[in-house]
Design a binder for this molecule. Structure first.
Ligand code: FAD
Length: 422
């Protein structure tokens, strides 16, 4: 072969793959079964941890996650409100790695379902017997006229926590006296149904302290939203006259933004705004699409084990899956992960598989010690994950009940992050 530059680059790439192979050699039937988990968030970290912990070394678990520290979206609104420090939201993968999980900090970029391998941006090809995808969400292109991810510095979404959340807070803190914070709320279904409205509460709390004549404007494409009565009661009580929500009847679904001019047009009316928090329509994280297991925006799964309806060797957890009645939340993803881990372990080692039971609670903080919640339990039916029964805070509750609800949420945060990261 003539050794020109192009051939050399090709050889170098091939060598990277060859060098990588021994690290991730296939079990070939007689070795340990291999589980690869893509995404180290609420669903993926929990699934990896439970499979590794409960299989006592019988299963090789690899977790692929690009970031070295995962910042929880849960409680990121409380950071905006001044109730948490950003560092308290960050969690590393060190404990998971020290318990035998092979943590690979890389992006999964391809899935070969016939060969049962995952390829990564770093050039690895990693074989699996079962693949678990929990990549969270991406945004639907063109969902908000005038906005795409290249505008996320001017108009942040802050719907993936970390630098976006810090950016949004710094923009709110820099607003001129009496300025306007605007939010473009997303259409259903989306990550964390109460999330935008808890955010409004926390932004109002911050502005009331540092910029009390500021205004909050919400353009919302939905008629109704989660815990609406509770939020509206709280907004009237704590932030009277500060918040205006424009629903679909008044053009809330007909919006356009101009990130250069800092304007938000609602039904043709142009508003000059100082901060514009654009939360676009969502879809499953891109790797689900690449794997070819999505239908529309989400990946349909079987309720009993979260297996893909298109490939029994792939499971999809959390926000990315279409499973039925559970809201897209960290609590839900964690609950689904434990059911999936139990089923995958059973399929690969013959261990006992218990009937699938799921639970979710979503807490929201409206103001200091004013916490509310909504939750439910669920079961697996042939058709979907189906709601069994539910509960919700009531309007007019005493301040003691609201404080206890908030304190419960703090305990939940500590519990779920320990359950995810060890
Ligand atoms: P994630 O937790 O987002 O994890 C996905 C991971 O996959 C990420 O770490 C990402 O880096 C990784 N990833 C993506 N693509 C790839 C790839 N190709 N290769 C490798 N890795 C990849 N939920 C609650 O239960 N309670 C709350 O109070 C709450 N509050 C919220 C507040 C806000 C403002 C927001 C935005 C969300 C809130 N949520 C809450 C929702 C919760 O954060 C999500 O539902 C949950 O994180 C979903 O878990 P997941 O595993 O599906 O995705």
């Amino acid at each position: 072969m003539k050794f020109n530059r192009r051939a050399f680059i090709g050889t170098a790439a091939a060598t990277a793959g060859t060098l990588a192979a021994p690290t991730f050699a296939r079990a070939d039937g007689h070795g340990k079964p291999r589980v690869v988990v893509v995404g180290g968030g609420a669903g993926g970290a929990t699934a990896a941890r439970y499979i590794a912990k409960d299989s006592n070394g019988e299963i090789d678990v690899t977790l692929i996650e690009p970031t070295r520290a995962y910042y929880t979206c849960f409680f990121s609104n409380l950071y905006l409100g001044g109730f948490r420090e950003i560092d308290s939201l960050g969690h590393s993968y060190g404990t998971l790695a020290s318990t035998g999980i092979n943590v690979v900090h890389d992006w999964a970029t391809g899935v070969d379902r016939d060969a049962k391998t995952v390829t990564t941006a770093g050039g690895y090809t990693i074989p699996y017997d079962r693949l678990i995808l929990s990549p969270g969400i991406d945004f639907v292109d063109g969902a908000v006229a005038g906005w795409d991810v290249s505008a996320q510095n001017a108009m942040p979404h802050a719907y993936k926590a970390g630098s976006q959340t810090e950016l949004l807070k710094s923009q709110i803190e820099a607003m001129p006296a009496g300025g306007t914070y605007a939010m473009v709320a997303p259409p259903n279904p989306f990550r964390c149904p109460p999330g935008p409205y808890e955010r409004i509460s926390m932004v109002a709390h911050l502005l009331k302290e540092i910029n009390p004549t500021a205004k909050i404007l919400i353009a919302d494409p939905k008629e109704n939203f989660s815990k609406q009565g509770l939020f509206e009661e709280g907004w009237n009580k704590h932030y009277a006259g500060m918040i205006e929500r424009v629903g679909p009847d008044f053009g809330g679904a007909d919006v356009e933004v101009d990130p250069a001019a800092m304007t938000l047009s609602i039904d043709g009316d142009v508003n000059n705004v100082d901060v514009c928090n654009v939360i676009p329509a969502m879809k499953a994280g891109k790797i689900a699409d690449i794997a070819g297991i999505t239908e529309g925006n989400w990946a349909p799964v079987n309720a009993a084990d979260l297996s893909s309806k298109m490939d029994e060797n792939i499971h999809v957890l959390g926000d990315a899956c279409a499973q039925g009645d559970m809201p897209k939340s960290g609590f839900s993803a964690n609950s689904q992960a434990k059911v999936c881990a139990n089923a995958v372990r059973g399929a690969l080692t013959g261990s006992t598989v218990f009937p699938a039971r799921f639970a979710n609670t979503c807490w929201s903080l409206i103001d200091t010690n004013d916490g509310v919640k909504v939750g439910a339990t669920y079961e697996a039916t042939d058709e979907k994950i189906a709601k069994v029964d539910g509960f919700i805070s009531e309007t007019g509750e005493s301040s003691d009940v609201r404080q206890a609800t908030y304190e419960e949420s703090v305990g939940w945060y500590d519990g779920i992050t320990a359950d995810m990261f060890g």
